[in-house]
Design a protein around this ligand. Structure first.
Ligand code: AMP
Ligand code: GLY
Length: 424
């Protein structure tokens, strides 16, 4: 049976998923809403925004979609899955992404911390603070060691985490956050113990009962080389991650993935979709920094390269509750993605620069992150523009191939990090 699939989103993650899905013999037609210049080469872009539920509803019905795959977290936290299941015409359509309830694992840091406590999943010590228990929060900070970690409870587009070395400043920041520094997202703040170690991203797909572990990856969040400067959406990724060896991944599965999926069951939280475990290895012991309820970006731009099995089988399994019948085969090779960004990003930057050289690249995949077709030209349309993804026998080979191919691409202000993998 062949199916029509709609991917919701417009970034490199969605382009990479589209690339992988396109290879499936089970695919009939592929649609992306809203997509970008890259996804339009693989399927039909539909000009509907990710939070336009009614627009998505119409697109699904008009195009006889059998499976909806949601890329970003925002529509999930806003209840897109709930909207589908409460609609007579949509409720039987396969849907990848949790309901609003499960999406709180990402949408509320406090919800995620309580979940981890309840199910004994290793994570940093914490206290949730609102204006009601501010004084408790201020004293809790005094009992902690520097640096102090303050997290806005709600979604803050990746900007809601502050790490502060001075106690007085941390206490001031706590007040400012509660006073609305991140809008309603910081009307509650989670104060956390600082964990030191090296981070990696582990992904699982689940139907709420069983799960399959996808390839592990590492992303590079800072704009500057040597992990300096401002945080970005991600400047590149590498999969697999040398320190996340078999012994480490065994611990991750036993201590984190299994208890999470079992916890969802025990708490009666239905869940069909991806779980992204943002982990830190503290001397070889994995701890959870955060949950996300979707795939990572730019991790997906390497993870998709390393899934050998039919990705559509996994999606159908997760949607139908038949994941136990599926298997996943992983490519042994390394994959690396180098993100090309706009000059000025993550600060102000100018969109609409003409991109040249896209046709010169054959030995890497070029996933579009922020591009738009303007007549004949493909133009920049975001801070993160293109992910150049390559295979290699090891990390160096994969990165070198991406760097070689990045040289063919040109647009005014193009920037990328040349030191990916420096810490591995
Ligand atoms: P999050 O938005 O939760 O992923 O946090 C953003 C970044 O802050 C993470 O990727 C970590 O680098 C850092 N971070 C968050 N929580 C902690 C913690 N408890 N200890 C050390 N670093 C942290
Ligand atoms: N690469 C981290 C994220 O997608 O949140």
């Amino acid at each position: 049976m062949m199916i029509n699939i709609l991917i919701v989103g417009s970034g490199g993650r969605e382009h990479a998923m589209a690339w992988k899905i396109k290879q499936s013999p089970k695919l009939n037609q592929l649609f992306i809403a809203p997509g970008n210049a890259g996804t339009s080469l693989l399927g039909t872009n539909i000009p509907v925004k990710v939070s336009d539920f009614e627009g998505l509803r119409n697109a699904v019905l008009e195009n006889q979609i059998d499976l909806v795959l949601v890329g970003p977290e925002v529509p999930l936290c806003e209840g897109l899955h709930d909207y589908f299941s409460s609609d007579e015409q949509l409720k039987n359509i396969r849907f990848i992404g949790p309901y609003k309830l499960g999406a709180q694992l990402e949408g509320s840091k406090d919800f995620a911390k309580e979940f981890m406590m309840r199910h004994q999943i290793p994570t940093a010590k914490y206290l949730a603070v609102t204006s009601e228990n501010l004084s408790e929060g201020l004293s809790f900070l005094k009992t902690m060691n520097s640096p102090y970690v303050l997290k806005a409870d709600g979604l803050a587009a990746g900007k809601g985490v502050l790490i502060i070395s001075d106690l007085q400043k941390a206490q001031d920041s706590l007040r400012e956050m509660l006073d609305g520094q991140f809008g309603s997202a910081s009307s509650k703040v989670v104060i956390e113990e600082f964990l030191s170690g090296i981070e990696c991203s582990v992904f699982a797909i689940t139907d709420g009962k069983d799960y399959r572990v996808l390839p592990v990856a590492k992303d590079y969040k800072r704009i500057g080389e040597g992990d300096t400067g401002l945080n970005t959406g991600g400047m590149g990724s590498i999969s697999p991650v040398p320190f996340a060896d078999e012994v480490f991944m065994q611990k991750v599965e036993e201590r984190i993935i299994k208890p999470t999926v079992e916890g969802l069951k025990k708490d009666q939280i239905p869940y069909n979709g991806f779980i992204f475990f943002g982990l830190i290895s503290c001397g070889g012991e994995p701890m959870v920094i955060e949950y996300n309820v979707r795939m990572g970006d730019p991790e997906t731009e390497t993870v998709m390269l390393r899934i050998k099995s039919d990705f559509v089988d996994l999606l159908i399994g997760a949607a139908d509750g038949t994941l136990a019948e599926t298997s996943i085969e992983i490519d042994e090779r390394t994959a690396a993605a180098v993100m090309l960004v706009s000059g000025g990003y993550p600060g102000d930057y100018i969109k609409g620069k003409v991109i040249s050289g896209l046709d010169s690249i054959g030995s890497s995949m070029v996933f579009h992150a922020g591009t738009a077709q303007k007549g004949e030209a493909v133009c920049t349309d975001g801070g993160r523009v293109l992910a150049i993804s390559s295979y290699g026998e090891n990390m160096h080979e994969a990165l070198n191939l991406s760097y070689e191919n990045a040289r063919f691409i040109n647009y005014e202000g193009m920037y990328f990090r040349k030191d990916l993998g420096f810490d591995l």
